[in-house]
Write a protein of this length. Structure first.
Length: 235
């Protein structure tokens, strides 16, 4: 998955001379999370919704007319922006993007291509990606397995069990750190399964019978999702 396919493309940009009050208006009216600051075609900084909210709250707490007037009529983006912000390339993978955002502790990254800002990727886009992968918009049923040692053929056996139980499998996500290996040299990870089926509990029961303990199961019925515990645990 490439960043260019998930980013907010053609982002609104502002110059460093823009008034902070104007930047706040643009972000609020357009429901944005960040504005790249660009001067003469070059990325100079980043203004985020959090930046502006903190600044606005500070001004309101001072209850000073002079401070408020300065904020509205004189304070410019260059005075509060994050200078030389971390960026990500449009051709980078979403996996790399997630790692970089986590390592740097940032929620927004301008997206670059040949030194030009072509997008912004934020926690919102990452949330949308997670929702897409988990099938949130499709109302899929699902099962999460307890940590499984992922040796050769294990995922294939899990898939066979799910499909033999009558489900149409949509996605399989092993979740866990790659470095968490067992004494056999294979990682142990939880396995998230998403599928279309009328009886998700049948799938959970089949997995339990095949030796794959179920942590939780979610079954969609009549357009609604209901949570269930491990097979046999009831609602």
């Amino acid at each position: 998955m490439m960043v260019r396919n998930w980013m907010q493309a053609n982002p609104t940009i502002i110059s460093s001379d823009t008034l902070v009050s104007e930047a706040k208006r643009i972000i609020s009216e357009n429901n944005l999370h960040a504005l790249p600051v660009v001067d003469n075609g070059k990325l100079r900084g980043l203004v985020t919704r959090a930046n502006l909210l903190r600044m606005g709250h500070f001004v309101l707490r001072t209850q000073s007319t002079d401070e408020f007037n300065f904020f509205v009529t004189r304070l410019k983006v260059r005075d509060i922006m994050v200078r030389n912000p971390a960026t990500i390339g449009a051709g980078d993978t979403m996996e790399h993007c997630l790692l970089k955002a986590r390592e740097l502790g940032v929620a927004q990254l301008p997206v670059m291509e040949t030194d030009q800002v072509v997008g912004v990727i934020s926690a919102n886009e990452i949330f949308q990606l997670a929702a897409h992968c988990l099938g949130a918009w499709e109302r899929r049923s699902g099962v999460t397995l307890a940590p499984v040692r992922l040796g050769p053929g294990v995922l294939g056996r899990i898939v066979d069990v799910v499909e033999a139980a009558g489900a149409v499998l949509q996605a399989v996500y092993p979740v866990g750190r790659q470095e968490e290996h067992t004494e056999w040299g294979y990682p142990e990870k939880k396995v998230i399964l998403r599928f279309h089926a009328d009886a998700g509990q049948d799938v959970a029961a089949a997995l339990e019978a095949a030796g794959f303990p179920v942590l939780e199961a979610t079954e969609v019925q009549h357009g609604e999702a209901c949570q269930a515990g491990p097979a046999g645990g009831g609602h």
